[in-house]
Unconditional design. Sequence first.
Length: 123
Amino acid sequence: MALKRILLELAREKQNPTGSRTHGYEFAAPLDKDGHLVAAEWREVRARCRVRRFTAGQPDEIGRLVHKRGGNWAFDYNLASDVDDETGFKFDRHTFTPGEYVSVTEHDGVQRTFRIASVVDLD
């Protein structure tokens, strides 16, 4: 199992008809050969599964990829509280390969779609 660096960029939406390379996430996660997140592997390397949330004009947020009850994956920026968690929509079922799309419910409660811009080996 390989630890990968995954880059998500905001996909097209009403406010950004061409998407945005300046709004997204970069995170590390273990993926199987088909590009699926692997919870068993994550448990062994969770300290290395960091996330950086970036948005133009705002400071980056640094957190961790977490696997929650019920199989949900989220980006967590404060491990002492769930209030700031940003949940990935069906991350447990998605294939993380370049060109595919995933959705994240962000801090403001809005679910946004992101294009997987790249997936590269971290190790």
